[in-house]
Design a protein around this ligand. Structure first.
Ligand code: COA
Length: 276
């Protein structure tokens, strides 16, 4: 992707070491997801997926909000009587925030800097890892304005949160903060807001020390077996192990074996092997 490329509702910044910072960029609307934001994200995700300079995708929001969910005016009300426009934006939303994120080979981190409501739970849950500001505010607010958590929200919350928490927050519409999100395992790490970017970058760099193809296979394996029974999980994982040996042209496994067993130069319990 041209590093200077501009988008209407999304901003993309590149770190020289491989972190790509993707920012929802409608701060005046608290980064509510309009059709245009979905079209931008669809293109951005497609381009990042095939750009070798992108090693980790970090998704954040401009201003004091990660995202206030779907844009109630542009995404819902303005498309209510326009089935074509509705189909187009609903499909785009599903494509990037569900299919593309979960099938991406690049590690993704949601860096939650502020409000996260309703439909924003879909990309939130479909990122691999979540780092949140301690004071970020989360809410499944749908019940408060007369709808259910649709657009796959109910599905991602029960897949990610404990059933009791998902049901409680969906039914009450109560908000919770970043620290509570970590207690509930909706987020991995909560940090003070002023440390958010630094801690996220540290985590991204840790991921970049791994062999990227091994990391891609690892995240896809963990995600895929969630919906499989034991027998299918075993078959799937055995097949993927073989596929990875073929796909990893750097021979990371063989290097690791040699360095640990023969040269005694490396401890796999503590560090990533550097394939040569
Ligand atoms: N859809 C459309 N517009 C939204 C929006 C949404 N989900 N969330 C915020 N906005 C707009 C507001 O209408 C307002 O627009 P205006 O300046 O043209 O009046 C602007 O963003 C700022 O919102 P405001 O409510 O004034 O900001 P705030 O900082 O006081 O409060 C929120 C922020 C996020 C708490 C509040 O806007 C809110 O509750 N939003 C709805 C969240 C929600 O229920 N989302 C679920 C959708 S699936």
């Amino acid at each position: 992707m041209a590093k200077t490329k501009e988008w209407k509702c999304v901003k993309v910044d590149w770190d020289s070491d491989g972190i790509t910072w993707v920012t929802f960029n409608r701060p005046e609307k608290r980064n509510a997801m309009s059709p245009q934001l979905h079209y931008d994200m669809e293109q951005v995700m497609l381009e990042l997926e095939t750009d070798p300079d992108c090693k980790v995708i970090v998704i954040s929001g401009a201003g004091n909000s990660w995202s206030a969910g779907m844009d109630l005016k542009e995404y819902f009300r303005e498309t209510d009587n326009n089935p074509q426009a509705q189909f187009r934006s609903f499909t785009s939303n599903r494509h990037w925030s569900w299919e593309m994120l979960i099938n991406s080979r690049k590690p993704s981190i949601a860096m939650v800097n502020g409000y996260c409501f309703g439909g924003a739970f879909v990309p939130l849950c479909n990122c691999d890892i979540v780092v949140t500001a301690e004071d970020a505010i989360y809410g499944l607010s749908e019940v408060n304005w007369g709808i259910i958590p649709g657009g796959i929200v109910s599905k991602v919350i029960v897949d990610t949160m404990a059933y009791r928490d998902a049901q409680f927050y969906a039914m009450t519409g109560r908000t919770f903060d970043g620290k509570q999100a970590v207690q509930m395992k909706l987020a991995n790490i909560a940090v003070p807001k002023e440390k958010l970017r630094e801690e996220t970058a540290k985590l991204a760099r840790e991921l970049m020390e791994k062999n990227p193809i091994v990391l891609a296979y690892t995240k896809q394996a963990v995600r895929a077996v969630r919906t499989m029974d034991v027998q299918n999980s075993y078959e799937y994982l055995m097949t993927k192990i073989q596929a990875l040996r073929f796909m990893d042209k750097a021979g990371t496994r063989e290097t690791g074996m040699r360095e640990f067993l023969d040269k005694k130069t490396y401890k796999p319990g503590f560090q990533s092997v550097k394939a040569t």
